[in-house]
Structures are given as C-alpha cells and as structure tokens.
Design a protein. Sequence first.
Length: 199
Amino acid sequence: MEKDLIKESKEIAEKIIKGEFRLTIAKYYLLWSTFPLVLFALFLINTRYPFLNYPIALSGYLYYNFKIFSDFSKTVERVNGIKRRGKGKYYVIAYFALWSIPAAMVIVGSDFNYPYLTLAGSAIFGIVYSFFAYYDFKKSFYDFHYYDLLAMITFMAEIISIGICVTLKIQLLEIMWIPFTLSWIYAAYASFMEVIEGE
C-alpha cells in the first residue's frame, strides 16, 4: 500500500514537472520569436545610435530568458520538496557571458565589417545554444517533438545565414528572420496546446 502511494506520488510529480517544462519551453519559444520584431522596431525608433539596438534588445531578452528557466527550477524544487542552493552571482555572470560574448562578436563584426569575427561569434553562439538545448531536453528526451526540432533547425540556419550574409555582403538578413519567427511562434503554440490538452 505504501509502495503504491509512493509510486503514485512520483508519477504525479513527474507529470507536473513535465507539464511545467513544456510550459517553460512554450514561453521560451514565444519570447524569442518576437526578437526580430522588437529589434526592427528599435532600429526604426533609435536611428541616432543604431549600434546600441542589439545590446539593448539582447540584454532584455537574456534577462527574461534567465527568469523563465529560474521559475521552472523553483517549481521543480517545490514539487520534489528539495531545496537547492541558490545560483550565486558567478553563475549569473557566467550565464550572461556565455550568451553576450558571441552576440557581441556578431554585432561588432557586422557593424564594423569584420566578417571573420561575425563567423566566429555565430559559431560560438550556435554551440552555446546547442549545449543548452541538449541539457534542457536530456532529462526529458521523450518530450522532444517535431516542432522542437523545427525550432532548433531554423535557429541554427539563421545563425549560419548571418555569418554567410555578412561574409559575402548579401543583404538578406531581414528575409532570413521570417522562417525563424514563424517556426518559433508555431512551436510556442504547439507547446501551449500540449500543456492544455495534458491537463
């Protein structure tokens, strides 16, 4: 009887965590799907200091990205009844550095015509993203769907296209954002629907 109760409790906890994880991923997809639109709006509004638009947008998005996954970690702790040590300031600094440094390389390389710096930044950015995506899905690979794969492919394609467009001086960056935005909006919608249907 006691073993059955423990087993049932674990199954309920796993279901809650799985739902929260998918909800977190949905928020993540929806957040970043708006990045090109926000960036475009900033370039329309801030024409005097255009070099500040990328850092401003990226800083805000990285902050909310960190908050989304921090909230998920807190939910897991509550469900499992385990209190983990808080992530210190060094973790936060390392997190922002991992994303900010390659992004800065892409921005500086594209704005000041250093194509190889842009290529290197794009490559590092792609590697960092792949690592985080693998780490997040590793614990629940059964929850990896075709729209997750679609989102990953379009993101990596966007990163590669940025490097190619800047290196070859091809003015197609705005067009290349369209598949990324549409696929991530769809992935967010599909993820939200999965959570709703699973309740």
